[in-house]
Every structure is written in C-alpha cells, then in structure tokens.
Design a protein around this ligand. Structure first.
Ligand SMILES: Nc1ncnc2c1ncn2[C@@H]1O[C@H](COP(=O)(O)OP(=O)(O)OP(=O)(O)O)[C@@H](O)[C@H]1O
Ligand SMILES: O=P(O)(O)OC[C@H]1O[C@H](OP(=O)(O)OP(=O)(O)O)[C@H](O)[C@@H]1O
Ligand SMILES: [Mg+2]
Length: 284
C-alpha cells in the first residue's frame, strides 16, 4: 500500500487534486474534513495534511509520497527523495524592506532584525553571505513587522507582489524560488514500482500540457514543404485518404507555445482542415 500526502486546504489543494485526476489517480472520496481518501488504484490511498507538515510526514514514513512546496521542504530540512517539479504554486521568498528604507542589499542588514515565517531558510541565506542578523520568527502577517518596530526587514512569500505594495514594502533580493514538488520517502522509493508508476503518470500529464496534437489534410505535392514546417519529434505521421489520392492526412505533435506561428506557416504551405487538439498524457 502506498500513501500519498496531499495538502488538505489552502491554495495548493485544488491544483493538486486536479493534477492527480488528470494523471488517472482521482481523489475519490472525502473533502477537506476527511483524513483519508481512496483512488481508482486499490494499492494507493490519500492522506490529507497541512502543506507545511507534508515534508516531515514523508521523511518519517507516515506517508510514502507527498506533494508540497519546495520552500516548506527546505525550511523543515526534511531528508526526502525529490521526484519531480510539478510547475505550479510558484512563489519567491523575498527579502523586503519598507519602501522609504535606504537599505538596498542583504549585506547592509548586518546586526539588524529580519522577521519571517521561514527562519531556517532565512538564517542560511544570510549565513551564506556572511551577514549576521537576528531572525524574528512570526507565524503570519509578517508584512506589518517593520512598521511596528519589530523588525528592520522581512523574508516573506511573494507571488504577484500585491501584498508587498499594499504594505508599503519593496523587494531588495530574492532569497529562494519555490514551486510544488512530488517527493517520496527515501527508503520506500528504492525498488518500488508503484512510486515509479505514480511519478510517470504525473510526469506524462506535465509533458502533455506543453504539447498539442495537430491534424490536417495536405495536397500530396505540398507534403515536403509541410514536413519542413513540422519539426516533429518522430516526424509527422502521413496517411492516405481513401477517397482522394491527391490528399494526405498528416498528424504531428508540436509545442503548445509555437502553435500560433506553426498553424499560419502550415496554411501558407498548403495544409487544409487543420485541427489543434489537447493531449491528456504523453509517455516517451
Ligand atoms: N501567493 C502565495 N502565498 C503563499 N503561499 C504561496 C503563494 N503562492 C504559492 N505558495 C506556496 O504555497 C505553499 C503554502 O501553502 P499553504 O496551504 O500552507 O498556504 P495557504 O494557501 O496560504 O494556506 P493558509 O491559509 O493555511 O495560509 C508554500 O509552498 C508556498 O510557496
Ligand atoms: O505576492 P502576493 O500575490 O500578494 O502573495 C503573497 C502573500 O500571500 C500570502 O498570504 P496569504 O494570502 O496566504 O495569507 P496568510 O498570510 O494568512 O497565509 C503570503 O503570506 C503573502 O502575504
Ligand atoms: Mg497563507
């Protein structure tokens, strides 16, 4: 039996549940109130936990696999196997000071106080630069600490940057870049097929998100020029159209980012009836 710990609430819950559904491992029962849920595979169960607790649960074996932020993994200094960057929940831990402060770098904070919800990451960040500071641990509302005389600077999560601006703070340095990761218990990962399968399933969804499946009809005498437009991974698939000898059906997988330009070039090259289709999963 493999137990996967996933965030029970907060901003990571919904995208995690969606990704698992796309990977063919839907969370079948339970909402945020429940502790456990099943999925379609009888060998896998879900455990709902606080995002911040997941790294330690996975390290200690309370869960075999986990999904949580890299910042939380580093902050708890958890000894876990890092399997995959899931490319969502992206945020930076930034060093910020009041907008009217003359301070422009970490080095200028020698001997001062820095408030944060991430004391370990913060302490290491300053240590690496040889700067001695006092870390003030807070458990929320970090942004107001410089305005009430508790700290001179903060290290806090920022994604859109709105909270910093609203609180009259400015970022001076990026201390850590985070996104959500798939992690596993070090011992369980060794020779465990199921964990390999989970990783492959999730990876195949991420890979597919960046690709589109293109289908089109191409006059036979335009095939060579159409092929040049399609950088195809294993080259495009070319099929005969039963009713018309002079037309070929061409299929190819292309990067989602280049689809706009590619469709235009394909039309110019003579392709017709072009269909762009999303791909659910892609295994190499
Ligand atoms: N704008 C953001 N603010 C806070 N955390 C973010 C943001 N964007 C991504 N994250 C990531 O989300 C994780 C924190 O999730 P968590 O569920 O603990 O916070 P939350 O959604 O704010 O819930 P809570 O209400 O418990 O604070 C961290 O890994 C963090 O990097
Ligand atoms: O750059 P932004 O997009 O503004 O996001 C950053 C803010 O979001 C988080 O707070 P959250 O909303 O989770 O409230 P909390 O402090 O109560 O957790 C975080 O602690 C920052 O304050
Ligand atoms: Mg929060």
């Amino acid at each position: 039996m493999i137990r996967i710990a996933i965030p029970n609430k907060g901003r990571l819950h919904d995208p995690t549940v969606s990704l698992l559904k796309e990977a063919g491992l839907p969370v079948l029962e339970g909402g945020t109130r429940k502790l456990f849920a099943k999925t379609t595979d009888p060998e896998i169960t879900y455990l709902f936990a606080r995002a911040a607790d997941i790294p330690e649960y996975v390290q200690d074996g309370a869960a075999d696999v986990g999904i949580t932020g890299l910042d939380l993994i580093h902050e708890t200094e958890s000894d876990v196997e890092i399997l995959l960057d899931l490319k969502f929940g992206g945020a930076n831990l930034v060093l910020a000071v009041p907008e009217d402060s003359p301070i422009t770098s970490a080095k200028e904070l020698e001997g001062m106080r820095v408030a944060t919800e991430f004391p370990n990451i913060t302490a290491k960040y300053f240590e690496n630069q040889g700067v001695k500071i006092e870390v003030i641990k807070v458990s929320g509302a970090c942004e107001m600490t410089p305005h009430v005389g508790i700290a001179d600077a903060i290290v806090d999560i920022s994604s859109s940057g709105t909270t910093l601006v609203t609180n009259h703070l400015k970022m001076i340095e990026k201390a850590f870049t985070s996104s959500v990761y798939l992690i596993a218990n070090k011992k369980t990962t060794e020779n465990n097929d199921k964990i390999g399968q989970i990783r492959t399933a999730v990876e195949s969804v991420l890979r597919a998100k960046g690709k589109r499946y293109l289908m089109m009809n191409v006059p036979a005498d335009s095939l060579e020029i159409v092929k040049k437009v399609l950088p195809g991974m294993a080259g495009p698939t070319v099929m005969k159209v039963e009713s018309d000898d002079s037309i070929l059906a061409v299929h190819a997988v292309v990067d989602a980012g280049s689809i706009f330009a590619t469709v235009d070039e394909l039309k110019k090259a003579g392709a017709k009836d072009i269909l762009v289709v999303p791909i659910e999963r892609m295994m190499p």
